[in-house]
Write a protein that binds this ligand. Structure first.
Ligand SMILES: [Zn+2]
Length: 746
């Protein structure tokens, strides 16, 4: 159901909520990025520093309340509307009021105290001139009548298609509310609002806040009126409306109404897809130490958002969230649902006051989806999720650019919604949590939300709360990780001196510091395993090169740099084969995956193949099995290129066959891919059997691709038949087509 056009429009607008969550598994799947070459600033493609410098917008009035009435004609794809605006001048002599308004057409403006007004509409603004001035403290009330014909930026009319019903919906992010409401459209001023919407009976209306009521139209029996009221102030980009024949699934958490608004055909799948929502709200209530702030929580599916878009009490989700149960193992939206739910606090309750501070919304949102994953799926899934976030940032740093997280250079607000804002910021919060300790960290989050509830905030507000709650001045930490670009790149070496029983640990920071990347002051945990004991110690790094001498009772079996995986870093740590084999068999999942990828250096060494084979078969966590499998696969390909490895290849094929029936679909996909890479015609019957028996669309698609590599013209009919199977995102049809092409090309 995911269509290219939506993906494309999402990408154009740099909306990364989907990227932040869905791309991660794919990145992890293509091999660990953990050992990387140090990022070179010269290699970067995009000069983000050439973008224009932005400052927070000034204003001369405080918008207080919008009472918006909209009357829809979905057949004509239009509405007529009115916004009754209440505002207060911020100084005396207020005679000219400038509102943001674009695409919508203003028909009439009235001052509600009976004064005379004139108005002009420019491309971007509605300018209202009063016949005399108001003073500071006055209340100014003005009614703007307007209409919109056809879709606009942030406002979408849709005909009925096989994918969705006839409907209308919005995505006001980042500054597009003023395309459907004349308003002050910048997040440094929060407002309350009402939305009173007239539609055909049968169409339902969702908006922010509390449903005041649904009433009959006074004169037209075929129409009804929905009245929503958002009674706590919020930013205009969080305003939303969705109109359509939705099925509404009602759920709750205690007194809090929670509903899922979906297309009528999607009701059955939506029930289980959204069923964790109440537990997510409860989880965030607890860890944020601040109860869910809004009157209710709704989620609605629409055709125009790629991933999700937060809106107070009414999250907008792309219709791709709906999928069948088979697709859940490969295409779960659980993290997006968690991420958007967390925005009800981070982004909605507190809101960035200017678009340099995107991390106040998105890094906290992204860290929150990690926290949910860790709590719901366990430590190992949490660790892999976090590693995926690190890799996603490191990839952007390597391939595109590095910038400070708080960054005032952008053309459009969306420019900064990238892998610095989402995953890097989340990883920085994780480091901050380590430095502060769990309880002080979460106490800080709670205090921050309480102190700044319903207000716009910036990074300095948060830094102040850190100082107030913990007593610690961590400005140096923010300076390094929030206001400077880059990340540490470590070269670690350890040497053991049997004579004096001293382990010498040398840590160099080798990041390119030419463009503002600092030498970092950061604590790191060193874990040391001896034959009969295990110790950990915290060392503080603060210089370009440091040497630590640690006295030990015996030669260590494993020296672990950054035990607990707290740091966002690149690093190299050259270890012997035996050290890596020990780490592969004894470390946490991230350490085992790292050791597996390092062991590739040793090629077809029988001890290495044996150890990787054992991890691939027996480790209880899928990502370790897959990591070991991938290394074996790469080493196998290398041996194949050098013309050897016949015996090893038989062993490998047994393993690949076994793991193509692994309980985890991601492991199966890798195993099926490796089988296909062998090009062995004998494998075709087995691959066909896997296609028939597997319950993962992705694994089935991989089986077809592998048939394309191993098969012959006699398999084309099978592939054609297989390609007719309905699948999520049409992955099977596309794989079949590619396989047929590949056979045809031979
Ligand atoms: Zn987000």
């Amino acid at each position: 159901m995911m269509r290219g056009s939506r993906m494309e429009s999402m990408m154009n607008r740099s909306r990364w909520d989907l990227m932040a969550t869905l791309v991660l598994p794919a990145l992890v799947a293509t091999g660990l990025l953990i050992p990387m070459q140090p990022v070179s600033l010269q290699a970067q493609q995009v000069d983000v520093y050439a973008r224009p410098k932005q400052v927070e917008r000034s204003r001369d009035y405080d918008a207080i309340h919008y009472r918006i009435s909209l009357s829809f004609d979905l057949d004509q794809q239009s509405f007529v509307g009115e916004n009754r605006i209440t505002l207060m001048p911020l100084d005396d002599g207020f005679q000219r009021c400038v509102l943001d308004a674009e695409e919508l057409v203003v028909d009439r403006v009235d001052a509600l105290d009976g004064r005379g007004v004139e108005f002009t509409q420019t491309d971007r603004h509605l300018v209202i001139e009063f016949d005399r001035a108001y003073d500071f403290g006055d209340t100014v009330r003005v009614a703007v009548e307007y209409h919109l014909d056809g879709s606009a930026a942030g406002f979408f009319f849709d005909e009925e298609t096989p994918d969705h019903p006839r409907m209308a919906s919005t995505d006001s992010w980042a500054d597009e509310a003023h395309h459907w409401i004349p308003c002050y459209d910048y997040p440094n001023d929060k407002v309350t609002h009402e939305l009173i919407v007239e539609v055909d009976r049968g169409d339902k209306v969702l908006s922010n806040g509390r449903l005041v009521g649904v009433t009959d139209h006074p004169t037209d029996a075929d129409r009804w009126i929905w009245h929503w009221s958002q009674e706590q102030p919020h930013a205009t980009y969080l305003m939303m409306v969705a109109v359509g024949p939705f099925a509404v699934i009602e759920d709750s958490l205690g007194d809090l109404p929670i509903s899922y608004w979906v297309y009528p055909d999607d009701e059955e799948d939506a029930r289980w897809i959204f069923e964790k929502t109440p537990r997510m709200v409860e989880f965030y209530n607890t860890i944020f130490g601040y109860d869910y702030p809004w009157a209710k929580y709704d989620q609605v599916t629409t055709p125009h958002v790629g991933g999700g878009a937060e809106a107070t009490s009414a999250t907008i989700l792309g219709q791709g969230v709906i999928h069948d149960r088979r697709a859940e193992q490969d295409f779960s939206w659980e993290r997006i649902i968690a991420h958007e739910t967390a925005h009800q606090w981070w982004g909605d309750l507190i809101t960035l006051r200017e678009w340099s501070h995107t991390w106040m919304n998105e890094s906290f949102g992204t860290y929150s989806d990690y926290l949910w994953t860790r709590a719901e799926w366990g430590e190992d899934e949490g660790a892999v999720d976090l590693q995926g976030k690190k890799n996603q940032y490191l990839r952007e740093a390597r391939d595109r650019y590095m910038r400070p997280i708080v960054f005032d250079r952008y053309e459009r607000p969306g420019d900064n919604f990238d892998s610095h804002t989402y995953p890097k910021g989340a990883c920085v919060l994780h480091m901050l949590r380590y430095i502060l300790g769990d309880e002080p960290f979460f106490r800080t989050l709670s205090r921050f939300l309480h102190e700044h509830a319903f207000q716009p905030v910036d990074t300095h507000d948060f830094m102040t709360t850190v100082r107030e709650v913990t007593g610690k001045n961590l400005d140096w930490f923010f300076e390094q990780f929030i206001f400077s670009p880059g990340h540490p790149v470590f070269e670690v070496e350890s040497t053991w001196n049997e004579g004096n029983g001293i382990l010498r640990l040398q840590v160099r920071q080798v990041q390119d510091t030419s463009r503002g990347v600092p030498i970092y002051r950061i604590p790191v945990v060193i874990g040391i395993e001896l034959p009969h004991e295990k110790t950990s110690m915290e060392l503080w790094l603060r210089e370009k090169e440091q040497v630590f001498e640690i006295e030990l009772s015996a030669r260590p079996l494993m020296v672990r740099f950054d035990e607990g995986n707290w740091l966002l870093k690149e690093w190299t740590f050259l270890k012997s084969r035996d050290e890596l084999l020990y780490q592969l068999g004894h470390d946490d999942v991230i350490g085992r995956m790292w050791a597996a990828s390092e062991l590739q250096r040793f090629g077809d060494d029988p001890a290495v193949v044996d150890a990787l084979d054992r991890q691939a078969r027996d480790h209880e966590f899928w990502a370790v099995r897959r990591g070991a499998l991938e290394t074996l696969g790469k080493a196998g390909e290398e041996a194949g290129r050098q013309g050897g490895g016949e015996a090893g290849s038989a062993v490998r094929h047994d393993l690949y066959r076994l793991l193509s029936q692994d309980e985890n679909s991601k492991v199966r996909v890798t195993a099926l891919r490796l089988l296909g890479a062998s090009g062995e015609p004998d494998l075709v019957p087995f691959l066909k059997e896997r296609f028939g028996d597997d319950d993962s669309y992705l694994a089935q698609a991989e089986a077809l691709r592998s048939i394309g590599k191993c098969g012959s013209r006699s398999d084309v009919r099978f592939l054609e038949r297989a390609g007719r199977m309905t699948s999520h995102n049409n992955v099977i049809r596309r794989a079949a087509e590619r396989a047929i092409e590949e056979i045809g090309g031979r």
